[in-house]
Design a protein around this ligand. Structure first.
Ligand code: UDP
Ligand code: MN
Length: 581
């Protein structure tokens, strides 16, 4: 009995020991608080293990961070410093500025492998990314770009990307006619042994279709688009790939730095410790705004990616198959403009998302003007090409919100945007949400700066009954004075709008008046009202705050506010709506 009991006791204790050992074996090892907290976060919102997402490790250099080097490179433009060029080149500079919109003389004197300052947020050095990120095709489309800027873009990508993730660099030549972009480029890229491929469009397609073509021809899991005048910064690639690796309907956007068009200085566009994200105003001009509190709160680290309603257009990464599945870009969009909105609305409304990635930084040369024409593509349809693109996007994606676009761009209502049936079919097929959902949940901060527009009471050219001249912005940048010129009836700088709240505007500018000047300034952010009132009977434009009327003094062709007098011919104005001919 005792024996038996003892035997039993022995068995039981053995079992218990085994049990304890087993539990101990499978028990999680002690973890740092950091890792534990991150695991909790993961469990909350995804099924991914720690290996599959970035981890921040305080003080431990990230797994893809380059080893810091002590050698300081010397030479023009090294370290991203401005280079003024040589005095004797000044004549040449003037002509290349016209040709390229940037100082190619200076660019040619800066090495293709120059160093640039690592201006990322300090935290960025301590992020650890998954080791098996997707392979990437970097797609660069170009039309008549300069040699050294294009090549510096390629060199920076090859120098600063982990080779295991860089499948290839795909160059798409959009029917350039410059000699250096043909045989010479073909010869040059041979040294890269197939890692850099050059494709040619048979005819000019514009950047939008060229990018779609590049994506179709790419072999990587991810396509990453860059302009042909960029320099990618330290460890730029893994942070862009990680969000896509975790969820292949995420599009990622690097933070863009500026490269000076005159001196090639590399410098941040954004200053201070804030993040910006992409929005739009109702004329579909691209704008940026500080990220709202709501988004800041969702994140633990300052350097983490954050959601953005849209993006500037040129630089982003996206899963290739996903990009093609959502129809890439609308092929009806011509050359340049609006494609960033088309893709952004489509992604958000059809179940995807866009994040900006602060730890990925890419420099871009902003030019002062477009050095190329739109070629034959521009002559195909009536109406300014970019506005036509906007109209396609607005019609397909914005539902009832499209009215605000037509309020802001009244002429656009008459433009023919072409056949949109395929785009509507796509929206149906992908079962996309409506624009109101997007405005309420994603782009709610648009309204902080650009509230919904009240209706126009009057719009069109504003003609003086005294001289038959029309108010004209003269194409000058605000703040400027309002001019008068021959009424040409075709819109452009002469399309004014007076809305129900008294705002008199043209484009994104508003007319302000004081005793001395009638000025054109940017409409005050967050407001849609103004001081103006038009009396269709007396034909007078009344300024309510000053209790005066808009008057033209013909001798000087100047506009002023004067005591309202019905018999004063210089105070009579006629609004005339314009027709597209
Ligand atoms: N581009 C192109 N075809 C065109 C116009 C532009 O391939 O018809 C290329 C251009 O060379 C550049 C990119 O598209 O690499 C973006 O154009 P750009 O830099 O002029 O646009 P921005 O940066 O001014 O918006
Ligand atoms: Mn560009």
């Amino acid at each position: 009995m005792l024996l038996l009991r003892r035997g039993r006791l022995l068995k039981v204790s053995l079992l218990i020991i085994i049990l304890i050992l087993t539990v101990a074996f499978f028990m999680p090892k002690p973890k740092s608080q950091e890792v534990e907290q991150q695991e909790k976060l993961i469990k909350k919102d995804t099924h991914l293990s720690l290996k599959q997402r970035p981890i921040y490790k305080e003080g431990i250099l990230g797994n893809f961070e380059p080893v810091p080097s002590n050698t300081v490179r010397e030479g023009p433009g090294e370290g991203g410093k401005p280079y003024a060029g040589r005095g004797e080149d000044q004549n040449e500079v003037a002509s290349v500025m016209m040709e390229y919109g940037m100082n190619m003389v200076v660019s040619n004197q800066v090495t293709l492998d120059r160093s640039i300052p690592d201006i990322r947020h300090e935290e960025c050095r301590y992020w650890h990314y998954p080791e098996n990120l997707p392979s990437t095709s970097v797609v660069i489309v170009f039309h008549n770009e300069g040699w050294s800027t294009l090549l510096r873009t390629i060199h920076s990508v090859l120098n600063r990307s982990p080779p295991q993730f860089l499948k290839e660099v795909v160059l798409v030549d959009d029917d350039s006619d410059k000699e250096h972009l043909k045989g010479q480029l073909e010869d040059y890229i041979r040294q890269f042994k197939g890692k850099v491929r050059l494709l040619h469009n048979k005819q000019r397609e514009g950047l939008i279709r060229s990018r779609t073509f590049g994506a179709q021809e790419s072999k990587g899991d991810v396509v990453l688009f860059l302009d042909a005048h960029c320099e990618v910064n330290t460890n730029w690639l893994p942070p862009l790939l990680a969000p896509i690796y975790m969820n292949n309907t995420v599009m990622t956007v690097p933070v863009i730095d500026g490269i000076d068009k005159d001196t090639f200085e590399y410098r941040p566009v954004y200053r201070g410790n804030t993040h910006f994200r992409g929005i739009f105003e109702w004329g579909m001009l691209y704008k940026e705004t500080e990220i709202p509190e709501e988004e800041m709160k969702e994140r633990k680290y300052f350097s983490e990616p954050y959601k953005s309603p849209t993006h500037a257009g040129g630089l982003f990464a996206i899963n290739r198959k996903y990009f093609l599945k959502i129809g890439a870009y609308d092929p009806g969009l011509l050359v340049w403009g609006g494609e960033n909105f088309e893709l952004s609305f489509k992604i958000w409304q059809c179940g995807g998302s866009i994040v900006w990635v602060p730890c990925s930084r890419v420099g871009h040369v902003y030019r002062g003007f477009m050095p190329y024409t739109f070629g034959k593509l521009a002559q195909k349809r009536k109406g300014p090409l970019v506005t036509l693109n906007y109209k396609r996007v607005v019609e397909v994606w914005m539902d009832e919100y499209k009215e605000y676009f037509y309020t802001r761009e009244p002429m656009a209502r008459q433009y023919d945007a072409g056949d949109l049936s395929e785009q509507f079919d796509l929206r149906e097929k992908l079962q996309c949400k409506d624009f109101k959902w997007y405005m309420d949940n994603v782009a709610y901060d648009v309204l902080y700066k650009f509230p919904l527009l009240p209706k126009n009471l009057y719009w069109g050219e504003v003609r003086s009954m005294l001289t038959s001249h029309c108010l004209d912005t003269m194409g000058s940048q605000p703040p400027s004075s309002v001019g008068l010129s021959h009424c040409h009836g075709s819109g452009g700088n002469q399309v004014f709008r007076l809305n129900e709240e008294g705002q008199l505007g043209v484009g994104e500018r508003c007319i302000e008046g004081d005793m001395h000047h009638i000025k054109l300034v940017f409409c005050r952010l967050g407001t849609v009202d103004g001081p103006w009132q038009y009396d269709a009977n007396t034909k007078m434009l009344h300024h309510r705050h000053h209790q005066k009327c808009l008057q033209l003094t013909p001798q000087s062709s100047q506009l002023h506010l004067q005591e309202c007098k019905e018999e004063e011919g210089g105070q009579k104005w006629i609004f005339r709506e314009l027709k597209v001919v």
